[in-house]
Design a protein around this ligand. Structure first.
Ligand code: BGC
Ligand code: CA
Length: 354
């Protein structure tokens, strides 16, 4: 009897030892990808949607060998705060950084920290100059070509003007327009503004610029600017070209609050295809927009994060110059708007500040 008990105890002990020996090994095989994402401003509509998609995509890349976690910080439009946030990410053990720079001309502090700790950095949406990206071989960029979006917006506007003679309301053969610009210095603001105007001209549209206003990508600021322009130009404005959907919607808000009748309102064009932007195209409030492929950018960034971490699968990503991934834009009008995802990717990204 005693022998039996002893044997049973022994077997249990051996099993326990085996179990113990087993579990740490299993843990050791589990690679932990910890991604720190920082965006310039937590209230930016396009970026909130894009990062929500990214979180989902990155977490889906986890498998039995790799666990994935994503932490997002907003930088409240301060480069200093963003640099501190990146330092915290590194202290917390992040092994890939995704950085949407506040100041795209000031990436050095972040690059230096990343290099020192050998942590790859994927910059996105706010494009740094090529020389900065060349500083180290573990730096990448994911985004879209600003020029293409400006050209597409110009083509959409030119098509509308050619199709509908009522847009030239005063019949003077010229289109009186105002332009709402994103942040000065942002590649998308500079290049979209340049290209939309040159494209319209190339398409044979005669233009007269009434005003150029900076509204920093922001809906409320655009509403303010548009209000002032409505006071000044009343029904003279025939076309509003906006560097993004949020500002285009701000312009529409201003008209909705004004006493300008429907027939005296301009045609408005945006860029992004955010959930609210697409909705406005569907309702006919926005004449058109250009889809900034947040799903494509998010998925490419997630795949790149995993490849940069694991060292596997980089070749399949087809990087330009070993560094860049650019996703194409798409034209959106009332005719094809239903083909675009009208969700905001559950834009709740449970942000931390820093
Ligand atoms: C988007 C804007 C956004 C900006 C932020 C642009 O590509 O079109 O909506 O505010 O990026 O950097
Ligand atoms: Ca006119």
């Amino acid at each position: 009897m005693m022998k039996k008990v002893l044997a049973a105890v022994l077997v249990t002990m051996m099993a326990a030892t085996l179990l113990c020996a087993c579990s740490p090994q299993k843990n050791a095989r589990l690679a932990r990808l910890k991604i720190g994402v920082t965006i310039y401003d937590e209230s930016d509509t396009f970026l909130s949607e894009m990062v929500a998609c990214f979180k989902e995509d990155a977490e889906m890349l986890a498998d039995e060998n790799t666990s994935v976690s994503v932490t997002v910080r907003g930088a409240e439009d301060s480069q200093r705060m963003q640099n501190d946030g990146v330092e915290s990410f590194i202290d917390e053990g992040c092994n890939v950084l995704c950085v949407n720079l506040v100041d795209r001309t000031a990436p050095s502090a972040i690059i230096d920290m990343a290099k020192e700790h050998n942590i790859p950095v994927i910059f996105f949406n706010r494009e740094l100059v090529a020389e900065d990206l060349m500083q180290w071989d573990r730096l990448y960029y994911v985004g879209a070509r600003a020029k293409q979006s400006g050209k597409m917006q110009g083509e959409l506007a030119a098509d509308a003007i050619k199709k509908d003679s009522r847009i030239d309301r005063n019949n003077d053969g010229k289109i009186q327009y105002v332009l709402l610009s994103g942040e000065p210095g942002h590649q998308d603001a500079i290049i979209r503004t340049e290209t939309v105007v040159s494209t319209l001209e190339e398409q044979g549209i005669r233009l007269e610029r009434l005003s150029f206003q900076v509204a920093n990508w922001n809906r409320a600021q655009a509403q303010n600017r548009m209000n002032q322009m409505i006071q000044q130009y009343r029904s003279d404005i025939e076309l509003v070209l906006s560097n993004n959907d949020d500002m285009a919607l701000g312009a529409i808000d201003a008209y909705d609050k004004s006493n300008v009748t429907e027939t005296d309102r301009p045609c408005v064009f945006g860029i992004d295809g955010t959930a609210v932007g697409l909705e406005a195209v569907k309702e006919g409030k926005l004449a058109g927009t250009v889809y900034n492929d947040k799903e494509g950018q998010a998925l490419s960034m997630a795949r790149l994060a995993l490849a940069a971490f694991s060292g596997k699968g980089m070749a399949q990503l087809d990087l330009e110059d070993g560094k860049y991934i650019y996703l194409p834009y798409y034209k959106v009008t009332a005719e094809n708007v239903s083909q675009f995802p009208m969700t905001d990717g559950n834009a709740d990204i449970s942000l931390q500040t820093g």
